[in-house]
Design a protein around this ligand. Sequence first.
Ligand code: URA
Length: 236
Amino acid sequence: MMRLDKLLCHSGLGTRTEVKKIIQQKRIYVDGQIVKKGDIKVDENLSVIEVDGQRIQYQPYLYMMLNKPAGYISATEDHDGKTVLSLLPEYDYASLFPVGRLDKDTEGLLLLTNDGVLAHRLLSPKHHHGRRYYAKIEGVVTVEDVLAFQQGVILDDGYRCLEAHLDILNVDEKQSDIEVEVYEGKFHQVKRMFEARHKKVIYLKRIQMHHLCLDPDLPLGKYRFLTKEEIDELKQ
Ligand code: URA
């Protein structure tokens, strides 16, 4: 048994505030009866729950994509700074956590879920799932850098990276725009790969993780639920 309002939020009906409003508008039926309070207990497997006549199916897991702004830490708790979870205050009951980390100054795609099995699979080093980044690099990125990334650059601690794909988008003498796809998630990986080539990352944004692409219509600091197709692709 669980609280009706929690079940409705988990099913993607809306945030806690939106769900409260829908209940107040008397649009929810449980086993054929109008419901006026969100704190009643329902059976997530047996109760027939409808909104505006449409049956709601309980979803135990939530999957969100966040367009992370700089200045937020990819953790569930931090004593000194703002965490990415503070950008989703309506879901603080849902035990969401970020799947992997982006540095505090990195922007872009961050998956948040409470599905530990999927998170583990996506992060497992043995699967080599791709992570694609857009970056601005100080100075000129060259074809030699592309080849070095292909061969696996050696980081400051002696670790040889897996092959990575570097695409040069635009170059002038001050700055280069690139995209890079890496197949592992070492600490500060992209920044350290460029450091190994004596180059500095001045802006970094993740645009893809495995099959999941950052929604170009999602403003910085905003989140949305993944679609069923996106969840299925991630689970492949
Ligand atoms: N590589 C980095 O250097 N930083 C990130 O945040 C992600 C990948």
